[in-house]
Design a protein around this ligand. Structure first.
Ligand code: GDD
Ligand code: MN
Length: 375
């Protein structure tokens, strides 16, 4: 068998026949099977059985009475049950065009990759099928945050949030996977360094039925991300928190010696910015220094970021207080939280980016800036 196509389904009855038809047609001449891993609460299993009986290719149904791990759990179960070591995972609503599987399989057969990702964000792909502008923005932002958290493992992946990919099962350590919710590819890529290549695809509108994405799935994703990456980001937070405390202590001490408060604030800020940078160098991003160029370039980027952040954050506080009538402490806290996330993304993706990386877009954007600042 050349390939197993794994399709997680939750109440997707009206899509099943069309999906099997297009998949069969797209992979004529290949030996394939389709495995539906189904957690439906409606008549979808009956529809799948009927389609299987009439199909030219083997169509299997795994119906789970105890649907552990949601979509991700279903995918892992399908991978375990597959006949072939090459497993494609594809949504059951035809937002992932089955015709792209042929490209993915051909790419996998080159033999230099563990995972072939079908990406919306690589040249030639599009995400037009996302329901609306909000989903597009959420998708973009979460992709950026995720890449910031795993700059090395996701270096060659532009779309870690896609649910459309081919994996060579022999390269997986299935027992180590703890799927929760929608983003199983992210977990596969985050657990272990995989060799990733990509093919572009156009994310289509749903063929029939409704999306199961929800706010609670979004929250589950954030928890999953934090769990997978507890290490670096929490270290970053601790360093930042200690820096803020040090800043206050220095200001207090200088004022006790009669220094005027604004001058004290400037001195305290400079000292903490430098100390913070040193802590990032030797604690938080120590393992990424070697590949990310010159220390003084990193320092300039980091220093510039801090300056720009301060310049932006203060007026935002002013707007929140005077226009949105927020208590000033809440406004300051909100901007600090937002600044923390942006600061982490910037440091992971730009300051400590591996040189010559594909994350490179951001790096290439900052390079001319950096030369200017150096000048
Ligand atoms: N077995 C099983 N169990 N399948 C599920 C479950 C579940 O609990 N929840 C959803 N599914 C199935 C759906 O039936 C569909 O086939 C597929 O998983 C994707 O769910 P959708 O409801 O279509 O979600 P989406 O279109 O918002 O999200 C998709 O697009 C994202 C990219 O923006 C998913 O493919 C995500 O994985 C992908 O990242
Ligand atoms: Mn969908």
């Amino acid at each position: 068998m050349d390939l197993s196509v794994i399709v997680p389904t939750f109440n997707e009855g009206p899509n099943v026949a069309e999906l099997v038809r297009r998949t069969t047609h797209a992979l004529l001449g290949r030996t394939i099977e389709v495995i539906f891993v189904d957690d439906s609460t409606d008549d979808t299993p009956d529809v799948i059985r009927a389609v299987a009986a009439a199909s030219d290719i083997p169509v299997r149904l795994i119906h789970r009475d105890n649907p552990v791990g949601g979509l991700g759990g279903a995918v892992v179960e399908g991978i375990r049950a597959a006949e072939s070591d090459f497993c494609v995972v594809m949504d059951g609503d035809l937002q992932h065009p089955p015709e792209v599987i042929a490209d993915m399989l051909a790419r996998a057969e080159v033999g230099d990759a563990d995972v072939v990702v079908a990406s919306r964000y690589v040249a030639g792909g599009t995400s037009d099928g996302l329901a609306n502008a909000v989903r597009t923005a959420v998708s973009r932002a979460s992709t950026l945050l995720t890449k910031a958290m795993f700059p090395r493992k996701l270096n060659n992946c532009t779309d870690p949030m896609t649910g459309f990919f081919l994996v060579d099962r022999r390269t997986l350590e299935i027992e180590t996977l703890q799927p929760r919710g929608f983003k199983i590819l992210l977990e596969i890529l985050a657990r272990k360094q995989m060799r990733v290549v990509e093919v572009p695809f156009s994310f289509a509108p749903r063929f029939a039925g409704e999306s199961k994405a929800s706010f609670s799935q979004g929250m589950r994703f954030l928890v999953q991300l934090t769990m997978l990456r507890f290490g670096r980001m929490s270290a970053f937070a601790v360093v930042g928190g200690l820096g803020a405390l040090a800043n206050l202590a220095i200001m207090w001490a200088l004022q006790a010696f009669g220094v005027q408060y604004l001058i004290a604030a400037v001195i305290a800020s400079i000292v903490t910015i430098v100390a913070n940078f040193i802590a990032l160098e030797y604690l938080v991003f120590a393992d990424m220094r070697a590949e990310s160029g010159l220390m003084r370039h990193r320092f300039i980027k980091s220093f510039t970021f801090n300056g720009v952040e301060a310049i932006i954050r203060i007026p935002v506080i002013w707007v929140l207080v005077s226009q949105a009538h927020m208590p000033s402490v809440i406004a300051a806290a909100l901007t600090l939280i937002a600044a923390f996330v942006v600061r982490f993304v910037f440091h992971a993706l730009v300051v400590y980016a591996p040189k010559k990386s594909r994350v490179g877009k951001a790096v290439r954007a900052i390079e001319p800036l950096e030369d200017e600042v150096t000048a």
